[in-house]
Ligand binder design. Sequence first.
Ligand SMILES: Cc1ncc(COP(=O)(O)O)c(C=O)c1O
Length: 362
Amino acid sequence: MKNTSSPNAYVKGKTLTVIKAIDVGKVDRIINLAQNESCYGTPPSVSKAVVERLKTIERYADVSCRQMRQAIGTVYGVDPDHIIGGNGSEELLDVVARLYARNGDEILYPQYSFLQFPIVAYRVGATPVAVTNKENFSLDVDAILAAVTEKTKILYVANPNNPTGIYTPSSQIDRLVEQLPKHIVLVLDAAYAEYCDAPDYTSGMEYVEKYPNVVVTRTLSKAYGLAGIRAGWVYTNGKIAAAMNNMRGIGNVNALAQAATIAALKEQDFVKDVQQKNKIERDRANQKLGELGIDVVKTETNFLLLNLPNGGANELLKYLAQRGVMTRTNEDYGLDDYLRITLGNRQDNDFFLQLISEFITK
Ligand SMILES: Cc1ncc(COP(=O)(O)O)c(C=O)c1O
């Protein structure tokens, strides 16, 4: 008998997506300020380590990421056995969802936060539940606690947050860690930690060994400049680490990513330099945009969120794209009036600031 049925996917073909097409004008140079990448590259030692490992690329990577985990443990002062490497931190957000949530469960996350949180929920058939923030996008701990039901399995919190750029002070994270029921996994996504210089900021690493349910995710994609090679990691307690280790793909961190990570971690002065340059550029851009009368969310990251109501965000996106500058609108986040711009180097920032000034005064 002829079988005409087609495969039936458990996950819908169309949910949310982070991939967008933007019309770009005919220009000599495209400046990509849409993806929150670093504009400062990596030190030469990183490419050297990658090229060196390429010479024996017929050999598998170390599936246990032993050296990489030791290097992370040394730099961050944590137990390497409680670290899991990832193919970027996004993979690790996904591993947590696959481990702890199923069809019918609920996954909480604050409103206007990283799009991957609902996406990983959809992937496992769980229901993503966005919790309303306070004014100014700040995290509402009480609202989060009130949103917990018997179906809640995971809470994701990005700190600092994407796309708003704001951070949640440690006093609020303290309260959350303390009061969240301990059978719910609390994932603190600290992808932008390196850029945050607020004195009362914490990435949450200090909670990991004290609580049974805390997972901190970190990435080499941002300040370390390794977005394209895919390297991230998790620090959590031994029990969760063992479970995550079983769930992750074997060989999930490829050999080049491991070599690059080990080399990049030795370059802490480089990372400090990136932090400083980013801060200087962030202050400059904030000041200039303020002078232009544009409302910018107070950010602790390498990107800015501009409030441009009445279609202004989309218009500015098009204006910049026609001139080769790629930025990101945020309708998929429910933030139609906002444009997100990643900070570039001084020259690129001067260019986009000049274009915005033209746009405003045209
Ligand atoms: C809040 C947040 N978390 C995690 C990531 C994922 O980073 P990666 O998978 O490159 O480590 C991003 C990337 O933009 C992000 O904005």
